[in-house]
Ligand binder design. Structure first.
Ligand code: ADP
Length: 600
């Protein structure tokens, strides 16, 4: 059902929708039967709703029906009447002499009474109070206009007794059906609100879409939802309209108080003010509601845990209906669900904002690194060139040569850092990346081992590589892949003591779709295993961070930039693969590069 958010619906108490059709049908049948069998023209069954009697089934002419259906009889009036009655069993008879002449709450037939002591008089009243199982007055069965023109005789009174019992049971059943229907309505409203609230990322849209469910479930004509300000997520709500600032502030304070005690505030002209509401405050709020075109309202605080996050006000244009206990309890439950949805949406927004800020920061960092590295590259080239020229001159003392050697090594280290930074910046910039193609991985592995052969022989570390006969197809660039494995092999050599060995192994494995849901095909796995110093669990967590260098003194003794693994990981990630590490401190490490194999 769609509903124009700004057109309040008129919804007065309507007996044609009270309880359910079957229960109303039974009551009507009893009214018709009692009139027919006991031979009276009019029989009326009314139900007590919020202290008022409403006719829910009536037998009689059209005119009578219209007159009786329009009656709103306060219950205390009937109780006073019953005090004056003769007790006929379930039925009570009030002879006209004891009734008031002027009676606004009764329908009085117009006819001239007959002669005789048992003649029926227009002001005679014959009614049976109908009680709930718990013994509360729940309704009334009343009859009028005997066809005989006389007060009922013994046979009629016997029949009346039976019909009163039937009417009582039927009315109890109708009330039970009404309670059930109300609970169903509230449950349905809660279910729809939760469904909407969790399915929409934008909470204001979700809240707006909850409106029809809330209006239906709570028999309301309008609903205002307000969430309070949050520095990052902002405040919001549905159907913003002209609620004066002072009233808004007052509602906010009330919502906090009521959330703390997990209650709702009822604004209704006929009710005793709730404990937390001062009479003047109740009157002022009610007047404010009237100013907005409503007659009664229920203020429901929204929140999660101890935090009140907003409120909703369910509004009715008429005050015929009271806010039932079920509705109050149901409203608080819905408010808790909405509260959770509001909080979840705020957290999501906060996260999105933080992610955007971090991304911005990351882009800035990459640009800065790239700019600085570019600026350093040319002067570094000039220093290196001139150092070579100076070193080549003939009349240099030993001290001079020593200093020039130190300057040369320092320049080489700076150049390596600058080159690594440029590589990293290039990898982070999608436009600058070279495009990958399908190729055989074996030449890259051989090149990586060759490039570290000198270092390995200097350190006395054996490096072994066993390759399959068939090509190992992966997707990538030769330079990128060589860089990844040269980094891993040179680290393995660097961090392995003399006489140790480094082993490269290659395997192809099938992806198990049961373990890796949504993936299939095969992967190429290259592992580089060393017998070196190993890496602690804490260090393993940061291994791929830029500039990370271990806290292990044995590792720090080796020169390094802390960029090699960060670069390797970025390259592998861009190819859709990953690097895994297994290591035990003091025993050695295995770095495993897993690359997806292109599909056949
Ligand atoms: P670096 O230039 O410092 O080697 P990397 O990014 O390649 O930079 O490595 C980061 C850190 O990881 C190293 O400083 C070292 O502490 C540790 N590391 C890397 N590979 C190994 C390994 N095979 N054995 C022990 N530690 C390692």
């Amino acid at each position: 059902m769609t509903l124009d958010a700004h057109t309040p619906r008129v919804k007065q108490f309507d007996v044609t929708t009270w309880s359910d059709a079957a229960a109303r049908g039974t009551l009507q049948l009893i009214a018709e039967s009692v009139a027919q069998m006991v031979r009276f023209e009019v029989a009326n069954i009314s139900a007590v709703l919020d202290g008022i009697l409403y006719s829910v089934a009536i037998e009689g002419g059209e005119e009578v029906k219209v007159a009786v259906t329009g009656l709103r009889t306060p219950i205390h009036y009937v109780l006073d009447e019953l005090e004056l009655a003769d007790d006929w069993g379930r039925f009570k008879f009030v002879p006209h002499e004891r009734m008031a002449e002027d009676d606004p709450f009764r329908w009085i037939p117009e006819f001239v009474p007959g002669e005789g002591a048992d003649a029926w008089h227009p002001h005679d009243a014959l009614l049976a109070p109908l009680y709930s199982v718990a013994g509360d007055l729940q309704g009334l069965l009343s009859i009028d206009l005997p066809i005989s023109g006389a007060r009922p005789d013994a046979t009629q009174r016997n029949l009346l007794e039976r019909y009163a019992a039937q009417a009582e049971r039927a009315l109890q059943n109708a009330f039970e059906r009404e309670a059930l229907a109300q609970r169903l309505r509230l449950t349905e409203a809660a279910r729809r609100v939760v469904q909407l609230a969790v399915s929409r990322p934008d909470i204001d849209v979700a809240l707006d879409e909850c409106r029809p469910a809330l209006l239906d479930g709570f028999r309301a004509d309008d609903v205002l939802i307000r969430t309070y300000g949050d520095e990052l997520a902002g405040s919001g709500g549905t159907a913003p309209r002209q609620v004066p600032e002072r009233l808004r502030q007052q509602l906010r304070e009330l919502a906090h108080t009521y959330w703390a005690s997990q209650r709702v505030a009822i604004l209704h002209p006929g009710r005793e003010e709730s404990e937390a509401l001062e009479p003047e405050q109740h009157a002022a709020l009610l007047a404010a509601l009237r100013g907005l075109g409503h007659a009664s309202g229920m203020l429901v605080p929204l929140g999660v845990g101890s935090r009140c996050l907003g409120h909703l006000i369910l509004l009715r244009s008429h005050d015929d209906l009271r806010w039932t206990t079920d509705e109050q309890v149901g409203a608080l439950e819905v408010a808790r669900d909405i509260g959770h949805a509001v909080l979840a949406s705020r957290n999501l927004m906060r996260e999105q904002r933080l992610v955007a800020e971090l991304r911005e920061l990351d882009t800035y960092k990459t640009q800065l690194l790239s700019t600085v590295s570019h600026e350093l590259k040319n002067p570094l080239g000039a220093i290196t060139g001139h150092l070579e020229l100076v070193v080549a001159s003939e009349d240099l003392s030993r001290d001079m040569l020593f200093s020039l050697g130190a300057m040369g090594r320092a320049t080489t280290r700076i150049t390596r850092v600058v080159e690594d930074l440029l590589t990293l910046a290039k990898l982070e910039d999608p436009d600058a990346r070279e495009s990958a193609a399908e190729l055989d991985l074996c030449p890259a592995l051989v090149a990586a081992v060759d490039s570290t052969a000198f270092l390995a022989s200097q350190r006395g570390v054996r490096v072994s590589l066993e390759l399959p006969d068939a090509p190992l197809l992966v997707s990538g660039t030769p330079e990128g892949l060589e860089r990844v494995f040269a980094n891993l092999v040179s680290n393995a050599v660097k961090y392995t003591p003399r006489d140790g060995s480094v082993t490269l192994e290659v395997a192809t494995t099938e992806i198990d779709p049961d373990v890796e849901v949504g993936r299939s095909g095969s992967e190429v796995v290259v592992s580089v295993t060393d017998e070196g110093i190993g890496i602690s669990a804490e260090d393993q967590a940061h291994l791929f961070d830029e500039f990370f260098r271990s806290t292990n003194p044995a590792a720090l003794a080796e020169p390094g930039t802390g960029l090699g693994l960060a670069i390797s990981a970025r390259i592998v990630e861009t190819l859709g693969g990953r690097i895994e590490v297994d290591s035990i401190l003091g025993e050695g490490s295995t770095f495993r590069v897993v690359l997806p194999a292109p599909r056949a």
